[in-house]
Write a protein that binds this ligand. Structure first.
Ligand SMILES: CNC(=O)[C@H](Cc1ccc(NS(=O)(=O)O)cc1)NC(=O)[C@H](Cc1ccc(O)cc1)NC(=O)OC(C)(C)C
Length: 309
């Protein structure tokens, strides 16, 4: 009789959110005003729709006992399907693991490698990832210490003396300091090969918050692209957990490139949706989601992004 019984129907699931919500560029400023009305009521509703995106995907490598100490936070683990895999070392279990995921950008589906702020015990792995990925740019969006808490290991040299991270020797060639960021040219050498990497460090973005003013972030994205025009190599982006500030930066980079390409539509919701399929909590807070829109409004209204004199 059991064989004859109709298979039990799956319980009704809430409808999956639409994956995109494109907005006409020539309506974007009005759209922002509508969404932000009544204390950002519609922004809150839209951001809530993103809450469960991607969360059903496994993180089995991150959960292995040998890899658990390599995760800065217990709730920020890389999805298996998009994680960056290091070249395994001999048969060492876990030697291919780093808390990092490929994330899509404007120019390719794997334009960015988004990672946590290295731990002291993972900074050699971090440099292996930079070398093996071929990146020529590292974007850092946190300070090493914030409010007395370590957010990221100091994984690059303090001065011009070379420092070894595993078998990779890193030398700081020169440093340029600006009010909201510092740019350092790093020379990385492994064996006989040498490479120059741009290290772009945004230094005034509070954790879980937004830059003040928001347009400082748009200026940083522009400074980044002036030094690192799109090429076929991935860009390494990190903050402390590698989700909130990193996701906000990438989303703004994608949107500004779309505006520069004279796109008819901008789909911030769709960008964040696609990133959250690859890495958890990308653009972590509602204020970060709104900040992206505020930056685009400033650009569309022709506000000069130059810092006040
Ligand atoms: C709200 N805070 C967090 O979720 C942070 C991870 C995190 C995320 C995003 C950011 N911002 S950033 O991506 O912009 O760097 C910093 C830190 N997690 C922790 O502190 C977690 C606790 C936690 C908080 C919230 C939650 O839902 C589940 C577990 N604590 C934690 O991992 O403790 C250790 C470091 C001692 C192992």
């Amino acid at each position: 009789l059991r064989r004859l019984r109709a298979p039990r129907a799956a319980p009704p699931q809430p409808p999956a959110p639409r994956a995109s919500r494109p907005v006409r560029v020539d309506h974007f400023v009005d759209h922002y005003r509508l969404m932000s009305a009544d204390s950002d009521f519609r922004f809150s509703e839209e951001f809530e729709e993103l809450k469960h995106v991607g969360r059903e995907q496994p993180c089995s490598a991150a959960d292995l006992p040998v890899n658990r100490p390599k995760n800065r936070f217990t709730n920020i683990l890389p999805y298996d399907h998009s994680r960056f895999k290091l070249q395994p070392v001999d048969d060492e279990e876990g030697s291919d693991y780093i808390n990092a995921n490929y994330v899509p950008g404007h120019n390719s589906p794997r334009e960015f490698i988004v990672t946590q702020g290295p731990l002291h015990c993972t900074r050699d792995d971090f440099w292996r990832m930079c070398w093996e990925s071929g990146t020529r740019a590292i974007v850092m969006l946190t300070r090493c210490v914030e409010k007395g808490r370590e957010k990221c290991d100091r994984y690059w040299p303090y001065d011009t003396r070379p420092v070894y991270y595993g078998d990779i020797a890193v030398t700081a060639l020169n440093e340029s300091r600006y009010p909201d960021w510092t740019v350092t040219e790093l020379l990385a050498a492994r064996g006989a090969e040498q490479r120059v990497l741009h290290h772009l460090h945004f230094t005034t973005w509070p954790d879980f918050g937004v830059p003040e003013p928001p347009t400082a972030l748009a200026r940083f994205v522009r400074a980044f692209r002036e030094r690192c025009p799109p090429d076929h190599r991935p860009v390494v982006v990190h903050c402390s957990a590698g989700v909130g500030r990193s996701g906000t930066f990438i989303t703004l980079d994608r949107a500004l490139q779309q505006l520069a390409a004279h796109a008819e539509y901008i789909d911030i919701f769709g960008m964040v949706y696609s990133m959250r399929r690859e890495r958890v909590w990308m653009v972590q807070t509602e204020q970060q989601y709104i900040c992206i829109h505020q930056c685009l409004v400033a650009v569309l209204e022709g506000q000069d992004l130059q810092p006040p004199a």
